[in-house]
Design a protein around this ligand. Sequence first.
Ligand code: S3P
Length: 169
Amino acid sequence: MAEKRNIFLVGPMGAGKSTIGRHLAQMLHLEFHDSDQEIENRTGADIAWVFDVEGEEGFRVREATVISDLTERQGIVLATGGGSVQSKDIRNYLSARGIVVYLETTIDKQVARTQRDKRRPLLQVDDPREVLENLAEVRNPLYEEIADVVVKTDEQSAKVVANQIIDKL
Ligand code: S3P
């Protein structure tokens, strides 16, 4: 990459956005940010608390503000929350301000990667697979719509995926 530009990682819960994003940022000497982490930093509470107290609607407002602010920077890798692409404003920020990389994965991998994790409020249900399938139906076309680069993350290590992204930039 000639100049310092931004890379925005989109994709569903359990695609590996944060892990891959950290590797990518290190390899490219860019700053790493994570929209969920930034929401937690700003509120001083965790995502589950925000959902509990403010509802998903309140969380989405915070998410849009954080992504609007972070995408105005230069030279960052940003891991976005899996639901952020459902906002047209967020899709516009991402498309206009950097290279959008869609991390594609399978429902099986998502289930495996998220099952022991209690931090995702939308998956604290009896059948998280069904939730993930329903979300994929709505969101996968949106990830595809804004993606400049698509990489599969189901079979490779995070480092290998980060290298594949670099090859495609
Ligand atoms: C969400 C994904 C989560 C987090 C929140 C809602 C979603 O982020 O933003 O729990 O709607 O898919 P990750 O994609 O990083 O898990």
